[in-house]
Design a protein around this ligand. Structure first.
Ligand code: UDP
Length: 238
């Protein structure tokens, strides 16, 4: 109801690699698994999702291959929208109401990004899926994640990672002595060049007092656990 006590509100970042299951395009079984885990916390947490697009195109890579950077970035943003629609479909199949809001107008498939409306959707129990990044070339979906979380008043950012279960002292895939950290600050991450999200995004979280939890997708029920506030993975704070 209008006066219900406020629930936890979180913003989940799903990068493109999560959708592709490691390759180009969308892996329906993987997306269904994530959608089911989000639908499982219905009524307990208000959820919005920022969706990446690296499983289709990354502007920087296309630009290295000779394309105009801004146009390549728009291709990257359009790729995120396909991921949004896939996630929306499997959420709706799991009987979780959703809305997609995009930063580039595309009226047949999504609402425009309207922050107050996004908040209202969450209050009504809808999952809001943010697509097309910031609508601006030269930005990343990580930066958008920090910006949207701040604007819709999320309590924290949850960064779902593929192939790694938190932040390590070094890349665990390359350095067997790497150790997992339970906690670090954005300052630590920036100083030690730990790329849990891009630097612009970390600076924005740091400056605006926004916490972030970095966790691995792979563990059974991990998305649900993170959404419910379990202390899995690594907590990053100002
Ligand atoms: N992008 C952009 N502006 C934005 C967000 C994304 O130009 O605000 C483009 C950029 O080219 C980026 C691509 O969309 O490479 C896909 O997003 P991102 O790489 O952040 O996705 P992820 O790494 O999370 O899969």
């Amino acid at each position: 109801s209008e006066n219900a006590p406020s629930r936890r509100r979180v913003l989940l970042k799903l990068s493109g690699e999560v959708f592709g299951g490691g390759s180009v395009g969308v892996d329906p079984a993987t997306v269904r698994g994530i959608a089911d885990q989000i639908a499982a916390v219905r009524d307990q947490v208000e959820v919005s999702v920022v969706v990446g697009g690296g499983n289709f195109f990354r502007g920087a890579e296309l630009s290295k291959a000779g394309m105009d950077r801004a146009r390549a970035d728009y291709m990257g943003m359009l790729g995120t929208v396909m991921n949004c629609l896939a996630l929306q479909d499997f959420l709706e199949q799991a009987e979780q109401p959703t809305r997609v809001q995009t930063a580039i107008h595309m009226a047949q498939v999504a609402e425009p990004y309207i922050p107050l409306r996004a908040i209202r959707h969450m209050e009504k129990g809808r999952v809001v899926i943010f697509g097309a990044g910031a609508g601006m070339p030269y930005f990343s979906t990580d930066t958008v994640c920090a910006q949207r979380a701040l604007e819709v008043g999320a309590d924290m950012v949850l960064m779902a990672k593929s192939g790694v279960d938190g932040v390590y002292t070094a890349d665990p895939r390359q350095d067997p002595t790497a150790q997992k950290l339970d906690h670090l600050t954005y300052g630590d991450a920036l100083r030690r060049d730990i790329r849990v999200m891009d630097q612009t995004a970390m600076t924005m979280c740091n400056d605006n007092n926004l916490n972030m939890r970095v966790f691995g997708m792979e563990g059974e029920g991990n998305v649900t656990r993170a959404l419910l506030g379990e202390e899995i993975g690594t907590l990053v704070t100002p």
